[in-house]
Design a protein around this ligand. Sequence first.
Ligand code: BEZ
Ligand code: FE
Length: 283
Amino acid sequence: MRDFDERNITDAVIDSMAGTSDARLKTVMTSLVRHLHDFVRDVELSFDEWNQAIEFLTRTGQTCTDTRQEFILLSDTLGVSMLVDAINHRMPEGATETTVLGPFFVAAAPDLPSGADISDGMGGEPLEVSGTVCSADGVPLDDATVDVWQADDDGYYDVQQPERDSFVLRARFRTDREGRFAFTSIMPAFYPIPDDGPVGDMLQALGRHPNRPAHIHFMISAAGHETLITHLFDAESPYLDSDAVFGVKNSLIAQFARSERAGEQRRTLSYRFGLKPLPSQRP
Ligand code: BEZ
Ligand code: FE
């Protein structure tokens, strides 16, 4: 075929993929080409705009390093990460909702005993966290692995501070026979996602702020269950209704209750996490 025009070029590109033996690849690429061409026709993309898009994507790739993934940040800020998450985590009753992983997870966080202080004595409002990990049906899960990580009271993770040579405000705990774990920490602050690259430029051009509401990350794994990746958000934090990555869910907003001990203000957070059984484990 030749002599393609604004209309028939779409089918020509789709027909060119007829030879693939990968059925899923064919489905995905056919839909991608259809939507991409429809988008270009819809906005009548100019050459200038096409060039800007190519330059933006080139800069996005060039901003990626071993420790920075600008394409995931782009996906996060366009709501694609949370959309993929929603499609792939349709949760049963009793299972905790999921949200984005984010770029600050470290697989090699220190294993600490339940009750440990993860703040290494740094300043901030003291926080006591206790949790229970259960299967979605309410049965407590013994020996579940609970990774936690959070920003400090200035909104920075340890890995964003090159002068730090050890991990802080992150750890891995194991649940006891009743599914319980606990740790002490400090209150996290809200913070901006990394906004000194092309994604930050995009947010600014769109009149959007880069902030995420204050939260603590949890990754919880237990035998026979799907790994749960989620956060708990501080109910008093700003930006709950305008999270830059669309990650807030009502069920993940928690009270970090205020109390006073020996004249010192402190906060307490308590939460029950429910894990979704793997298909083979369901009755
Ligand atoms: C985070 O919560 O750590 C995060 C999530 C998405 C993008 C940037 C940061
Ligand atoms: Fe975070």
